[in-house]
Design a protein around this ligand. Structure first.
Ligand code: H79
Length: 474
């Protein structure tokens, strides 16, 4: 009996330390090689940015989800497929891409005022149309009435505004004759080799023509054809990083030699950060996501990335909902990438301008709780989310739900004491604190703004080190 208990304890001890492997490790040659989480300057900057703007712009912005008088409710950038439009008809939209209202400096100003630190723009979406003059296709901006390199103008304007530029690139390509969903015979294989060459050429072209680019965001990589080419994506990632040192690449690019995506066959993340959170967030108590870099990309309406004329067909998220998502991401070590779909004429729709303005107003007061912040290592409470700045040691509580008691519970870890609480916009004045146990406190502000999420800064002392709270990754 004693022996059984001994073994049981042993097994439990190993299980909790993670030494016991539940499944055998596979030999994976084309998996992760970056050493994560990356701690170089470029990656640190990506992480500190926290808030980005996604831009979906292409020919789909012209019809805006409406074709021959009929409104298609599925994603506007999928209209070619939803309305079963022929290649010829769709490709002819390039003749209407005159974008007379395109003003990248104004776009950059809107983004800057919203408070984003980076932007990710679709250089080529599934339709295959290229926003830059590519040497490798005619289906690009050069062959529209606009003619000029809009991407160059975009990169210049955003860079001048101090916003890091990233490129989205869809490998899936409805326009390219060599695209295959799967490789079933020699003909497919030969065609897909050409598609791979095209993909590589274009990506090398992008990082060379626009050396300012900080990262690549791959999409359309879920088909069998790509999954059967783990070695290719492995070598391509390396090649692009050789040309552009510091380049930050999302996990969607890669497949390993067994066809596993995002995470290799041993469960190790590929690329530099995980990009599976599309239009959804992790559970707020999910601790696993704290151990890696990740990004959530989000639409303002339900599922519209490209410009859709009719935003009444689904719920449109309010700035408050979006701010809450941004804060949640920060609290769980993630970035938040909020999508905009500019119009076919190059203008930004008024609803998006309004969202940008309102988020921007909040950020002007409270961005200290976002930039450079991450998890605080404290137990989440119902009023909202904690964030923490490693460099200053400050802990921020961003409140979204006000308790009817007017008392905001804080539970510290053992060995910590709460020294002070104050509003972010009035740090000189200390708020009332009630200690209720060795670890628990109530912060009791006399008056709160119940119309807006607000931020309280906590100063926490670690009794042993005598220092302010340092990040406790769990
Ligand atoms: O660009 C936006 C969308 O147009 C694009 N990604 C965002 C950022 C997108 N393309 N397709 N989709 C989104 C939805 C595709 C979902 C599926 Fe699948 C692809 C269903 C089956 C294959 C992803 C992979 C979900 C399951 C497997």
């Amino acid at each position: 009996m004693k022996r059984t208990i001994f073994y049981l304890v042993l097994i439990l001890a190993f299980a909790t330390t993670g030494i016991v492997q539940t499944s055998a490790q596979k030999e994976v040659k084309y998996g992760q090689y970056n050493g994560l989480p990356r701690q170089d300057q470029a990656m640190k900057k990506w992480r500190e940015n926290r808030f980005g703007q996604f831009i979906h712009w292409g020919l789909y912005a012209i019809p805006g989800g409406v074709w021959e008088g009929k409104t298609y409710s599925y994603a506007a950038e999928f209209l070619k497929s939803s309305a079963k439009i022929s290649d010829e008809t769709w490709d002819a939209l390039a003749n209407d891409f005159s974008i007379e209202k395109y003003d990248p400096k104004e776009w950059a100003k809107i983004a800057k005022n919203m408070g984003v630190k980076y932007v990710t723009i679709t250089t080529k979406h599934h339709e295959g149309f290229c926003l830059w003059p590519s040497e490798y296709t005619e289906f690009d901006i050069e062959n529209t009435p606009y003619k000029k390199d809009l991407l160059r103008e975009f990169v210049d304007a955003y860079t001048a505004a101090g916003i890091d530029v990233n490129f989205y690139y869809s490998v899936l390509d409805w326009h390219h004759p060599d695209w295959r969903y799967d490789i079933e015979n020699t003909e497919d294989e030969v065609a897909f080799e050409r598609l791979k060459e095209y993909t590589q050429n274009q990506l090398v072209e992008l990082v060379t023509r626009y050396p300012e680019v900080k990262g690549l965001w791959f999409d359309g990589t879920w088909d069998k054809s790509w999954k059967k080419n783990g070695l290719f994506s492995y070598e391509l990632e390396k090649m692009l990083k050789d040309i552009s040192p510091g380049l930050v690449v999302n996990s969607r690019m890669r497949a390993d030699e067994y066809g596993a995506r995002h995470f290799d066959s041993n469960g190790i993340l590929m690329g530099d950060y995980e990009s599976g959170y599309e239009r959804r967030l992790p559970d707020p108590n999910n601790k696993e996501v704290l151990t890696r870099d990740w990004e959530c990309c989000m639409t303002i309406p339900e599922n519209q990335w490209g410009y859709h004329k009719d935003w009444t067909i689904s719920h449109v998220k309010s700035p408050l909902e979006l701010i809450e998502m941004l804060v949640q991401c920060t609290s769980q070590n993630g970035n938040f990438l909020l999508n905009f779909g500019p119009m076919g004429n190059g203008d930004i729709r008024k609803e998006e301008r309004e969202v940008a303005k309102e988020i921007g107003a909040w950020m002007k007061q409270n961005s200290e709780a976002i930039y450079g912040c991450g998890p605080a290592g404290l137990v989440k409470q119902d009023w909202g989310f904690y964030t923490h700045n490693d460099k200053t040691g400050k802990v921020f509580m961003t409140v979204f739900n006000n308790p009817v008691s007017g008392k905001y519970r804080v539970r510290l870890n053992k060995g910590q004491t709460l020294q002070k609480a104050s509003f972010i916009n009035n740090q000189k004045e200390a708020l009332k604190i009630e200690q209720i146990s060795s670890t628990d406190y109530f912060v009791v502000p006399e008056k709160v703004n119940s119309q807006q999420p607000f931020v309280i800064i906590l100063e926490i002392l670690n009794k042993e080190s005598g220092k302010f709270h340092q990040k406790a990754l769990t």
